[in-house]
Design a protein around this ligand. Structure first.
Ligand code: HXC
Length: 519
């Protein structure tokens, strides 16, 4: 062969590899409303930035006549490229090749990009669309999964890991996304479950569809396994790009700072009137968040799960922050098992990746009842407490209204190393609300008077006394638990100034092998 012929052969081989499982299967993928692995990568990465690895890898299995079913690159496309000019590593499972099923060599390809990502400190993004372990490869496929999981574990907290679930993800395969930081699922075309509907039927007798068992809506509303549900793959890929803009490339860096076009000292008069006079009335925390962050741009995480707490990324003066806020409009903003788990994981993510935390507090307490206690709310609530207490990133807390009892402590209070703790004049920082306190302290005394009118008057008088003494920010401010009581409309400026003050914060926890977070 001449050199020119060899170059021609290379070009032909590449073309063949780019066809994956062939045009018919590509058409099949499109017919299901899905992109191919290569199309997904092209949409996700900056144009022309993709550098592919291992295009010529083929599986080595000879069981069940597999030596006749070989495809260049096997069932995954891997490599690196850039998003917004920043390096990322990527693997996208190719369903057109043997259903994207995981072979020994396919796992090896994925592990190679995961190792490269760790070596250079760049995020790793995985697009899942696979029938799971390649059945013909037996234990070699299982070993391949374990190799991937091990890398997920070691990468956790070192580089951001993001999973797009754009097709099937079943059996033990679900554990790789579960070990990553963010899962994005497409509505109607993706599903995740440990055992499929047929096994469910056999074992429990339950009739359930794939969608009901593990579709995007299940995992974003009921289980919390997925953080985002998107209408289609274009939205999912755009979301990954947006998400990346808030994150650093690794745990030694800070998130990129963007130019801020929103005036730093912008005041919003709405905030001076947003808290209703009636303490039992709700208002919408999204309005507060929108009013204080840069340009109202909020990337909410887990928006459909545990809506009593809001988490997500925003910017203050161009700096990426994680927002955690109670939502009085949903279950009065009470903390429960799901809200605690949701917020705790987010706080730990932000802390691992040097993203400051801004916490907006309006919390009446923990949700009481057997359902919560039997479900272990003590341990789950402790997760959030633990997450805030161990976090060493800058922590700015603003208490808007209620901040009672244990939930006051959990929501980034001063003693959990809150750096700057502000309160609005409407804040009520106390052991409990006036109704509960008067009931505990004076129920017998009040009941001793047989006249119901006098009973009501006595109760009202005691509540007023309690409110005056405790249901305000000044009692806590008197002890230095609140650093300043601020005018609500000035919150944006005060948070920005606090974050600026904390830019050089340097706090280190005691050395240990690892912690023992209450799981
Ligand atoms: C080998 C597989 C495969 C697999 C799919 N294919 N999954 N080959 N091993 N796991 C092949 C199919 O045989 C088919 O090949 C091609 O991929 C496309 O699959 P279809 O079934 O035609 O596609 P579709 O109708 O869209 O159905 C997709 C599917 C189904 C629902 C994912 O393929 C399926 O149920 N697959 C098996 C799922 C499964 O049980 N996996 C093992 C899970 S256990 P041909 O040549 O016929 O077109 C597991 C353990 C991991 O993964 C443990 C880790 C710790």
């Amino acid at each position: 062969m001449s050199q020119l012929e060899k170059v021609k052969e290379l070009i032909e081989l590449r073309e063949k590899a780019r066809l994956g499982g062939g045009q018919k299967r590509i058409d099949g993928q499109h017919a299901k409303g899905k992109y191919t692995a290569r199309e997904r990568i092209a949409i996700l990465l900056d144009e022309g930035s993709f550098e592919e690895f291992d295009m010529f890898v083929e599986h080595r299995c000879t069981n069940f006549g597999m030596e006749k079913t070989k495809f260049l690159g096997d069932g995954v496309v891997t490599g690196c490229g850039t998003i917004g000019g920043r390096l990322v590593y990527i693997f996208a499972q190719d369903f057109t090749v043997i259903g994207g099923s995981l072979s020994e060599t396919l796992a090896m390809k994925i592990c190679k990009v995961m190792d490269m990502a760790m070596k250079v400190g760049a995020p790793c993004i995985g697009i899942n669309d696979s029938g799971g372990a390649r059945i013909q490869e037996g234990v070699n496929a299982l070993a391949g999964y374990a190799e991937i999981f091990q890398r997920n574990i070691l990468s956790s907290g070192v580089i951001p890991q993001i999973s797009g679930i754009f097709g099937p993800c079943a059996g033990g395969a679900v554990y790789s996304p579960a070990l990553t930081d963010f899962n994005i699922m497409t509505e109607g075309t993706s599903y995740m479950f440990l055992t499929g509907p047929k096994v469910v039927k056999t074992v429990t007798g339950e009739d359930v569809t794939q969608e009901e068992l593990g579709g995007a809506s299940v995992h974003t509303t009921k289980s919390g396994v997925a953080h985002f549900s998107v209408e289609n793959e274009d939205d999912g890929l755009a979301l990954i790009r947006n998400l990346m803009s808030f994150l650093p490339s690794n745990n030694k860096e800070e998130a990129p700072r963007v130019e801020c076009t929103d005036p730093i000292a912008r005041m919003d008069d709405l905030l001076n009137e947003i808290i209703p006079d009636n303490p039992n009335k709700a208002y919408d925390m999204y309005e507060v968040i929108g009013a204080v962050i840069d340009n109202g741009e909020f990337l909410e995480v887990h928006s459909a799960y545990a809506k009593n707490i809001i988490i997500g990324f925003a910017r203050f003066n161009g700096q990426s922050v994680g927002i955690v806020a109670n939502q009085p409009k949903y279950m009065a903003g009470v903390l429960d098992i799901n809200a605690s788990r949701k917020a705790a994981r987010f706080v730990r993510f932000c802390d691992a990746f040097n993203i400051p935390l801004v916490t907006l507090v309006d919390v009446p307490g923990f949700l009481p009842g057997t359902g919560q206690e039997y479900g272990g709310v003590i341990v789950h609530g402790a997760k959030l407490l633990y997450a805030y207490g161990e976090a060493t990133v800058p922590k700015v807390t603003v208490t808007l209204r209620k901040s009672y009892g244990g939930s006051h402590i959990v929501m980034s209070c001063k003693q959990l190393r809150g750096d700057i703790n502000y309160a609005w004049p409407t804040a009520e920082i106390a052991v409990m609300g006036a109704d509960g306190a008067v009931e505990v302290l004076y129920a017998k005394e009040i009941a001793a008077d047989p006249d119901p009118v006098k009973q009501a008057e006595a109760a009202a008088a005691k509540k007023e006394e309690y409110n005056k003494l405790f249901c305000n920010p000044y009692n806590a401010a008197r002890y230095g638990y609140i650093d300043d009581v601020i005018e609500p409309r000035n919150t944006r400026f005060r948070v920005i100034r606090a974050l600026e003050q904390l830019r050089t914060k340097n706090q280190v926890n005691p050395a240990k092998k690892h912690d023992n977070l209450p799981l």
